[in-house]
Design a protein around this ligand. Structure first.
Ligand SMILES: [Zn+2]
Length: 389
C-alpha cells in the first residue's frame, strides 16, 4: 500500500511501476570501468498522487546520497543550455521589484555558475549574492563575482550565516533531490523572515513531460521528488509563498515557478493525473531501443551523446550487458577520460570519438540536436544522429 501524498496529503495515490535498480549518483564519474560498474545502486519505486500529480520514489534512502566535490553536473558547455540559464537569470533579475538593488540568494548553487550569470547580467544592480551548497568546491564563504557561498545545506541552523536580507531567491534543479520538499520550502520561507516579500524562483523537471513521453530514462535515484505544475504550486502555497505561478521552460522539460512576491494571484496550471502504471511504458521503451540498438550495432560502432543522467540510464536500459554501445561523447572536459556509472562506458571528446568511427549516435536530449549536429560535423563524425524522445 502506498502512503498519502507528501505534498497534498491525498490518499488517492498509486504505485507507478514494478521498480528497478540504478546507480545512486548519475553525475558521478569514475576513473576506470571496474569502479564505474561497481557504482553504488539504489532502488527506484515511484508512486504518484492522483489529486495533485506529484511523483516520488517511495524506496528512496537519503543516506545513500552524498553530494561532495566529485559531483559534476555542469551543463553550461552547451550553448543551448547556456542560453536557457541566461533567460532564467533575466527572470530572476526582473523578479526583484522594479529597479531596486538586488540582494540575491541561491539555494543549491553548485559551483556558483548561476550566481555568476546573474551578476554579469545584473551588473551594478546586484548589491550582494549568497549561495548554499555542500558540493561547493571553493573556500567556505567565498564565491564568484564577490558572492559568498556557504559549503552546507540551508537549514534552520545554517540560515544564521546569511549576511544579507535577500529580495530575490532562486533554487534551480535542487528540490527534486529533496525527500521532503514541503519542509525544504518552509525552511526557505523561515530563513527569509515573515516580513520578506522576496520572490522565490524554482526550476525542476516536469513530471508531465516525462510521463507523457514515456521517458523512463528520466527517472533517476537522485530525483526522489518530481513535480507537476499543479503539485509545485500547491507546495509553494502550503509553505507560505503567495501567488505561485508555474510555467514550462526548456522545451517543456522543466517547470519554472515564481512565488512569494506581490503579483496578483494567478491560477496554477492543472496538470493531468499521472497514469496508474509506467510498467508497460518501460517494456515498450526497452523493446524499441534494444531492437534498434541491435540493428545499428550490426552496421558499425554505436555511441551515445551526453554523459549526464539520461545517458547513464539509457545505457543501462538499452544495453544491460554493456556490449552493444562503444562510447559516450560529451563536450564537458571534466567528464572526458572518465567512465559512466553502471555501464562503465568511456566518456570521450567529439574529436576522440571520431577515431572510433561510430556509424550511429544516440542523442540523449533532443534540445541539443542542432548544436550536436554542428559539433559532430566539426569533429569529422559522419554518424547518423538519433534523438531519444
Ligand atoms: Zn498530491
Amino acid at each position: 500500500m502506498t502512503a498519502s501524498c507528501p505534498v497534498c496529503a491525498s490518499r488517492e495515490t498509486a504505485d507507478l511501476d514494478e521498480g528497478f535498480d540504478a546507480p545512486v549518483l548519475m553525475n558521478r564519474l569514475y576513473a576506470n570501468p571496474a569502479e564505474a560498474r561497481a557504482a553504488p545502486r539504489g532502488h527506484l519505486a515511484f508512486a504518484g498522487c492522483r489529486a495533485c500529480g506529484f511523483v516520488w520514489n517511495r524506496a528512496f534512502e537519503p543516506e545513500k546520497i552524498v553530494y561532495d566535490g566529485d559531483y559534476e553536473n555542469d551543463q553550461t558547455h552547451s550553448p543551448a543550455f547556456a542560453a536557457h540559464v541566461e533567460d532564467r537569470a533575466r527572470d530572476v533579475i526582473a523578479g526583484a521589484h522594479d529597479g531596486i538593488p538586488i540582494d540575491f540568494l541561491e539555494v543549491g548553487c553548485g559551483q556558483g555558475g548561476f550566481i555568476a550569470t546573474v551578476a554579469r547580467i545584473a551588473g551594478g544592480r546586484l548589491r550582494g549574492a549568497e549561495g548554499f551548497d555542500p558540493a561547493w568546491r571553493g573556500a567556505d564563504g567565498e564565491g564568484p563575482a564577490g558572492s559568498r557561498i556557504h559549503k552546507c545545506y540551508l537549514d534552520k541552523h545554517t540560515a544564521s550565516r546569511l549576511a544579507l536580507a535577500p529580495n530575490v531567491v532562486a533554487s534551480r534543479h535542487t528540490i527534486e533531490h529533496i525527500p521532503d520538499p514541503p519542509a525544504f520550502l518552509r525552511t526557505i520561507r523561515q530563513a527569509l523572515g515573515t516580513q520578506s516579500r522576496a520572490n522565490l524562483f524554482i526550476e525542476t523537471p516536469c513530471a508531465e513531460w516525462i510521463l507523457e513521453r514515456g521517458a523512463v530514462q528520466d527517472f533517476f535515484y537522485e530525483h526522489c521528488s518530481i513535480f507537476t505544475a499543479r503539485s509545485l504550486a500547491l507546495a509553494l502555497r502550503n509553505a507560505g509563498f503567495a501567488s505561485p505561478h508555474v510555467t514550462h521552460v526548456f522545451g517543456g522539460q522543466y517547470l519554472w515557478a515564481r512565488a512569494g512576491g506581490s503579483h496578483a494571484d494567478e491560477a496554477a496550471d492543472v496538470g493531468p493525473a499521472p497514469p496508474l502504471s509506467i510498467t508497460n511504458v518501460r517494456r515498450a521503451f526497452l523493446a524499441r531501443w534494444r531492437d534498434d540498438l541491435a540493428g545499428r550495432a550490426a552496421n558499425g560502432p554505436v555511441a551515445l551523446w551526453g554523459a549526464g543522467a539520461k545517458g547513464v540510464n539509457f545505457a543501462l536500459l538499452a544495453d544491460p550487458a554493456g556490449r552493444a554501445i562503444d562510447c559516450v561523447i560529451d563536450v564537458n572536459p571534466a567528464k572526458q577520460g572518465k567512465y559512466l556509472a553502471g555501464s562503465g562506458l568511456p566518456v570521450v571528446a567529439p574529436a576522440a570519438a571520431a577515431t572510433r568511427k561510430p556509424a550511429s549516435i544516440y542523442v540523449m536530449n533532443p534540445n541539443y540536436l542542432g548544436e550536436i549536429r554542428a559539433q559532430a560535423a566539426q569533429a569529422g563524425l559522419a554518424a547518423d544522429l538519433i534523438p531519444i524522445n
